[in-house]
Design a binder for this molecule. Structure first.
Ligand code: NAD
Length: 321
């Protein structure tokens, strides 16, 4: 194949924003728990290989992810317009959830300081199913629109697990108010329910970011953390799928990431990466997909193993009144 340094990732337009994001985006949540030198090297290699989109949150590592990402981006010594940064508001390690206008206004200033940036490209409301969706519509989004007018963020997004939150909010705000959504764990081999929502999102002109193609570690050899919220049947089926790939000498992470890149209406797939080697492997998976295509045989076998748990998810959020 071609050398890593020559590889350039495909850029995809993100809704109506005018942004062009790399098909694979850098999920910075693991940067909350790696050494500074490793964080800097990981981000540098990602950027060098064509990843221009970086996603973080004040919640990740209790603000450490934002600080690490800020240092790492500064160390690139490239113009600010060469990379796209998304962070979030409303969810915090110590405080829990707070989607009030006052809190999100303070939040964006704190994030800008930690990231050492003058503006954000995207500011998401983080995991809105844990707040009142009516407050998101009537208070949080209007506060974010003001921040947009003030130039603190270029675009506004919402994130969360249940897909119903996106239609609930998008049906209740004027067109063009919300620029993007970030969905996670709904466009991977074990759960592809996000695909059903794509025509609606396209009609609304909303850009689509899909996170966690490895189902937050379920589709990795090392497996998920103890605290992974999936039900037992899903965890054990994924474990069986991972074992099957390993027996065949195939990389499950490669197959899972390649699967998630299959629909171009999804502008960027965010993968959490904590080392240079993970970055290289994941970028190579994309380049290989463009050349050889996906390993259909192994995909069929893995899909058969996961068939009994297909689209099985878990509850998230509070009861909405
Ligand atoms: P993921 O499915 O991307 O899995 C990441 C895990 O897989 C990490 O532990 C990582 O170390 C490992 N990994 C990555 N590449 C690997 C490789 N080649 N080989 C072996 N292991 C590999 O899950 P995630 O990190 O939770 O999600 C990705 C990103 O999406 C997050 O970092 C975050 O930025 C974003 N996200 C946002 C939300 C939200 O807004 N609510 C939710 C989930 C994820």
């Amino acid at each position: 194949g071609c050398s890593m340094a020559m590889a350039k990732l495909e850029l995809r337009p993100l809704g109506n924003t005018g942004l062009k994001v790399s098909s694979v985006g850098f999920g910075a949540s693991p940067l909350g728990s790696v050494a500074e030198d490793d964080a800097i090297a990981t981000v540098r290699q990602a950027f060098r290989l064509g990843i221009n989109f970086f996603d973080t949150s004040p919640y990740y590592g209790g603000t450490v992810s934002e600080k690490m990402l800020g240092k790492a981006l500064k160390a690139l010594h490239v113009p600010r317009s060469d990379y796209i940064v998304a962070t979030k508001c409303g969810r915090y390690k110590e405080e829990g959830f707070n989607f009030s206008a006052e809190r999100v206004r303070k939040s964006v200033d704190q994030s800008l300081e930690r990231l050492q940036l003058d503006y954000l490209d995207i500011l998401h409301c983080h995991d809105i199913e844990f707040g009142s969706l009516d407050q998101i519509v009537s208070e949080t989004i209007p506060a974010l629109q003001k921040l947009k007018q003030e130039g603190k963020t270029r675009f506004i997004g919402i994130t969360g697990l249940p897909l119903s939150i996106f239609t609930y909010v998008l049906d209740r705000v004027p067109p063009g108010t919300i620029d993007v959504i970030l969905s996670y764990c709904h466009y991977g081999i074990n759960d592809s329910t996000l695909l059903d929502l794509l025509p609606y999102l396209k009609r609304k002109g909303v850009g689509v970011i899909s996170a966690a193609p490895l189902s937050m570690g379920l589709l990795t050899e090392q497996g998920p953390s103890e605290r992974h919220p999936a039900p037992h049947e899903l965890k054990s089926a994924c474990k069986a799928a991972v074992a099957h790939c390993k027996t065949k000498g195939k990389k499950v992470t490669k197959l899972a990431l390649q699967y998630s890149l299959g629909n171009k209406e999804v502008s960027s797939v965010l993968v959490g990466m904590s080392s240079v080697s993970q970055v290289e492997e994941n970028v190579e998976a994309v380049t290989e997909l463009e050349g050889l295509g996906i390993d259909e045989e192994t995909l069929c076998e893995v899909e058969a193993i996961l068939e009994p748990v297909k689209n099985l998810t878990w509850p998230s959020g509070i009861e909405q009144k």
